[in-house]
Design a protein around this ligand. Structure first.
Ligand code: ADP
Ligand code: MG
Length: 281
């Protein structure tokens, strides 16, 4: 970048173009950025030009600063759109998880999952445990981390998937629905086994899992049903076994068998009442 002042258009006297031709070049530069739809760079142009002049930046440094503004803004927009698509039901992050409150969880395993290598490998994760132990929280934390790392993520419950597939079958949109669930790099299927699965729902679930297995896309499942009970819990035992086979071929099982976090405050109250200690509301 030239050390002679360049038109910045910021309005301050120092930033005013010195010559007619500088003003024309500045306007053309803004027009180029506008034509290329680099709106954030166009908006930042006066500021970057001022900075470049003040710090006597080279042309390379100035250009890098200008384009970095556009890259950052584009990344922000893409992340916002990935998060909107992901439909995460809570803003939880992995860092919000309190391991001391849940000694039943294998912290090293969660840290390994948090590297997101499992997504590169197309591996799955099954969170198995009773209600309230943090299965959904960990699944959401991993989903958010994946979206932030640039992956396309979608969160749904098993009941919702079953209902949407049922409706799609009736309306002749089955193939479209299957393509939808096959698409995301990471699919989170929450609360499998909380409600009984009808035979058509189990078949839909199997097809989703089978397609994703064939594509090498990762699925995270949270369930209260231990692996040994899958055959009886999900309708047809053969379908259940085939589903488990796909899930576990490249998969890790995270068993969480600790106290319910939801019941903690109730337990604390009960214990406090039992000892006659003061109970905070
Ligand atoms: P699950 O899916 O196993 O039923 P959730 O993930 O929904 O349990 O957790 C229940 C509630 O307890 C949520 O509000 C969650 O944020 C909180 N929770 C559970 N475990 C922890 C933990 N270890 N640290 C912090 N909050 C937790
Ligand atoms: Mg849950």
């Amino acid at each position: 970048m030239s050390s002679t002042p360049i038109a910045s258009g910021s309005g301050t006297p120092a930033a005013e173009p010195r010559t007619q031709s500088e003003a024309e070049i500045y306007q053309r530069l803004r027009a180029h950025l506008g034509f290329l739809k680099l709106a954030d760079a166009a908006e930042a142009l006066p500021r970057i030009l001022d900075e470049a002049r003040t710090a006597k930046l080279s042309l390379v440094d100035g250009l890098e600063k200008l384009l970095a503004v556009e890259v950052d803004a584009t990344e922000d927009r893409r992340l916002t759109s990935r998060l909107r698509f992901a439909c995460l039901p809570a803003p939880w992050r992995l860092s919000d998880f309190d391991y001391t409150a849940q000694p039943g969880v294998d912290q090293a395993l969660i840290r390994e999952l948090a590297t997101l290598r499992f997504i590169e490998e197309g591996a799955n994760a099954l969170f198995i445990g009773p209600p309230g132990v943090g299965k959904t929280m960990l699944a959401i934390g991993l989903a958010r981390a994946s979206a932030e790392a640039g992956h396309r993520v979608y969160f749904t419950t098993a009941a919702d998937l079953a209902a949407r597939c049922h409706k799609a079958a009736i309306e002749g949109r089955w193939a479209t629905m299957m393509r939808f669930y096959a698409g995301p790099r990471l699919l989170v299927l929450d609360e499998l086994g909380y409600l009984p699965l009808a035979a058509d729902a189990a078949a839909a679930l199997f097809q989703v899992i089978n397609t994703r297995y064939a594509n090498g896309s990762s699925t995270i499942i949270t369930t209260n049903v231990g692996i040994g009970a899958w055959a009886t819990a999900f309708g047809d035992p053969i379908v259940a076994a085939a589903m488990l086979d796909r899930l576990l071929h490249h998969g890790v099982v995270v068993g969480i068998d600790g106290p319910s976090y939801r019941l903690r405050s109730h337990q604390a109250r009960a214990e406090a009442l039992g000892t006659g200690a003061e109970v905070k509301p």
